[in-house]
Design a protein around this ligand. Structure first.
Ligand code: DX5
Ligand code: ZN
Length: 215
């Protein structure tokens, strides 16, 4: 079954309560929370206190996507703030050993760790790493902004990851983020993704119907 994770980056914060009521009435099982630091990506978003507020607004699993240069410093802070899933970027880390150490630290805090790659990063960098994670997030746009066009190179990466997971008999969540709508979402599901993030497609349409069209 496909998990839908609406990205609050595109939520209309002047309509916060009504939009969250719609998310809570929808079949979305997760809520995607984009953290940007103005350094790893050229945009700024939300910190841990706002995550605590969302914890009160929904019982969906909080899916935190850290687009920050120093995930080792801040990932534990988001764990304390109520995240169930925390994904950091491969490109923000020094090496594979650092990635594994942070995954282990997050597990010890009761959080499921995820690792993400940007569109320019080959999936091969994850071959010796993915088994240390519960989730791999394939970016299908350059991280930083909502409303961009889907990059189809993500599909091959999803296919490879699903093959690795199936061959190992592993229960890996494969998430895709960027430019997801009913058409691109279907392509991703067919390639083997089981978590679809969508921001503008969900929040700029009827929220319940848009989620249904992605399931
Ligand atoms: C982009 C963020 C995405 C963003 C996706 O860097 O990671 O989660 O909200 O937005 P859409 O679905 O509009 O491409
Ligand atoms: Zn994201």
């Amino acid at each position: 079954m496909t998990i839908i994770s609406p990205s609050i980056l595109s939520l209309d914060f002047s309509q916060l309560n009504s939009q969250m009521d719609a998310v809570n009435a929808s079949r979305a099982q997760w809520l995607h929370y984009d953290v940007m630091d103005g350094h790893f990506v050229p945009n700024l978003t939300f910190g841990p206190d706002i995550l605590k507020a969302f914890r009160k607004l929904t019982d969906r699993q909080l899916d935190v996507h850290l687009m920050i240069s120093d995930p080792r410093k801040y990932a534990p802070v988001f764990a304390q703030a109520g995240a169930q899933w925390i994904t950091f970027h491969y490109e923000a880390m020094n090496d594979a050993q650092d990635c594994r150490a942070l995954a282990k630290e997050l597990r010890a805090l009761g959080v499921k760790p995820g690792i993400s790659i940007k569109p320019q990063t080959p999936v091969s960098v994850l071959e010796a790493l993915w088994q240390d994670f519960d989730l791999v997030l394939v970016m299908s746009v350059e991280p930083g902004f909502g409303g961009q066009q889907f990059d189809p190179s993500a599909l091959d990466k999803i296919t490879v990851l699903r093959q690795w997971a199936q061959a190992a008999g592993a229960d890996l969540r494969i998430e895709v983020d960027g430019g997801i709508n009913a058409e691109t979402g279907k392509l991703c599901r067919e390639a083997g993704a089981d978590v679809l993030v969508a921001g503008s497609y969900i929040f700029k349409n009827n929220i319940v119907e848009a989620v249904d069209s992605l399931c």
